[in-house]
Design a protein around this ligand. Structure first.
Ligand code: MG
Length: 162
């Protein structure tokens, strides 16, 4: 088995859609980045890349590559899930936390799981938690949103033999 950890943060600005876990969430601001800046997707993708020992997100999806300009981060995660299977592994669990002062994400968590399943993650193998930062730091001031994720990979062949 392999484990991986991922972290990401993006700045909140006006005039952008807020996309978290592949779901567009109604809010007056959105996250800015080269892609859709889906902070949860990026943290999960980096956790999977880390578990594979293949570097980090920036290596696969450089912000200088026009292919990823405003791209769906669900598509980026799907590419990494495909690479995971090509390497003989499957993602068997993801735990994650999104940290934002606003808005409240709880009502969207089940939709995020469904959206992440389009990337190849099983909705039954992912947990998403939402927290505030108790008013502290850049998150507390509403300047940005952060996410953490861990994932567990298991060998595809060993799972099919069980
Ligand atoms: Mg990012």
């Amino acid at each position: 088995m392999r484990i991986g950890i991922g972290y990401d943060s993006h700045r909140l600005v006006e005039g952008r859609k807020l996309i978290i876990g592949g779901v567009a969430i109604p809010f007056e601001k959105g996250l800015i980045g080269h892609s859709d800046a889906d902070v949860l997707c990026h943290a999960i993708t980096d956790a999977v890349i880390g578990a594979l020992g293949l570097g980090d997100l920036g290596k696969y999806f450089p912000d200088t590559d026009p292919r990823w300009k405003d791209a769906s981060s669900i598509q980026m995660l799907k590419e990494i899930i495909d690479i995971t299977r090509m390497n003989g592994y499957d993602v068997i669990w993801v735990d994650s936390v999104v940290i934002a002062e606003e808005p409240k994400f709880f009502p969207y968590i089940e939709s995020m799981k469904v959206s992440l399943s389009f990337a190849g993650l099983s909705p039954g193998a992912i947990n998403i938690k939402a927290k505030t930062n108790e008013g502290m730091g850049f998150i507390g001031r509403g300047e940005g949103i952060a996410a953490h994720a861990v994932c567990l990979l298991d060998r595809l062949c060993e799972r099919t033999e069980k």
